[in-house]
Ligand binder design. Structure first.
Ligand code: F6P
Length: 323
């Protein structure tokens, strides 16, 4: 193998740049030619492929976003689009691929490599932390820290006004950011897509809290929760308790940006380094993961089939600790 290419796909995540840096520098160390593909699978279809060198990745380890840019490509979901993408790889003499992304990226990869043969290794990069085959996905640590900082600020103003806040964090299908930021901020309730919410129990708790003059309440809700996010939850509460001042705040994309934490930078460096080494050892169609701090390899098909499990007992614990 002499020429490999690298792309980032799906939602960006802090730490992607650190992983790009590690892949490029490890590839060059092994005398491989390394090519960047801009805008993920869409750039692959369009042949937006360029040669990278050591200076291409200078001064990026601390930056959020991805210097390769990213996209959610509709065209790649078609057989015709994937065929075009494959022809572009062939045209550019690419012999191996490294993919950095989330669930959608590995779903796409699984279909693509079912149709076309090429060695490929994945790196899990998504703030959602929802991929099976790894305890950890790049960007999660930074995103949770961003959410925690924001919720702490909300609690200051909530305390000052004796208000209740429903704070929406990201996670269309996954509650990891909600669970972890909720615990870290002492949230009174945490609502996640993975678990049914007993709304009556929340109403009872609010009623009990009001009776004992505990007026400040923070409820953290993942965007994909069954009730439809912070505003919907706020309205449900106000319908029951018209006298409570309840506000909704959506944190949104601030959770995706920003300088990666030390943890994301270190794990990104480890995973990028391991991905190139795995390709060189002949491993293929596997995603690099971390299990008990050790690097492991999980087939793409397995990584997307299962959702990483969320510990329901942690929500119970959060409620007890915040009561
Ligand atoms: O997958 C990461 C994520 O940030 C999810 O938490 C969120 O639901 C989604 O991406 C938002 O994607 P987009 O920025 O494309 O709307």
């Amino acid at each position: 193998m002499e020429k490999i290419a690298l792309l980032t796909s799906g939602g960006d995540a802090p730490g992607m740049n650190a992983a790009i840096r590690a892949v490029v520098r490890t590839a060059l160390y092994h005398n491989l030619e390394i090519y960047g593909i801009r805008r993920g699978y869409q750039g692959m279809i369009e042949g937006d492929i360029f040669k990278m060198d050591t200076t291409s990745v200078s001064n990026i380890i601390q930056r959020g976003g991805t210097i390769l840019k990213t996209a959610r490509s509709k065209e790649f979901t078609t057989e015709e689009g994937r065929e075009k993408a494959y022809q572009q790889l062939k045209k550019n003499g690419i012999e191996g691929l490294i993919l950095i992304g989330g669930d959608g990226t590995f779903k796409g990869a699984n279909v693509f490599f079912g149709e076309h043969s090429m060695p490929a290794v994945g790196i899990p990069g998504t703030i959602d932390n929802d991929i099976a085959g790894t305890d950890y996905t790049l960007g999660f640590d930074t995103a949770v820290n961003t959410a925690v900082e924001a919720i702490d600020k909300i609690r200051d103003t909530a305390e000052a006004h004796d208000r209740m806040f429903v704070v929406e964090v990201m996670g269309r299908d996954a509650g990891y950011i909600a669970l972890n930021s909720g615990i870290a901020c002492g949230a009174e309730d945490i609502l996640v897509p993975e678990l049914d919410t007993d709304f009556d129990a929340i109403m009872k708790r609010i009623s009990d809290d009001t009776r004992r003059k505990k007026l400040v309440n923070i409820i953290v809700v993942a965007e994909g929760d069954e009730f439809g996010g912070a505003e919907a939850v706020r309205q449900k509460i106000v319908a029951e308790f018209p006298n409570i001042d309840v506000r909704a705040t959506i944190l949104g994309h601030i959770q995706r940006g920003g300088s990666p934490s030390y943890f994301d930078r270190v794990q990104a460096s480890r995973m990028g380094y391991a991905a190139v080494n795995a390709l060189m050892e002949g491993k293929t169609q596997v995603m690099i993961g971390l299990e008990n701090q050790e690097i492991i390899y999980t087939p793409f098909a397995h990584a997307i089939k299962q959702h990483a499990p969320l510990d329901a007992k942690m929500i119970e614990m959060a409620k007890i600790l915040a009561s």
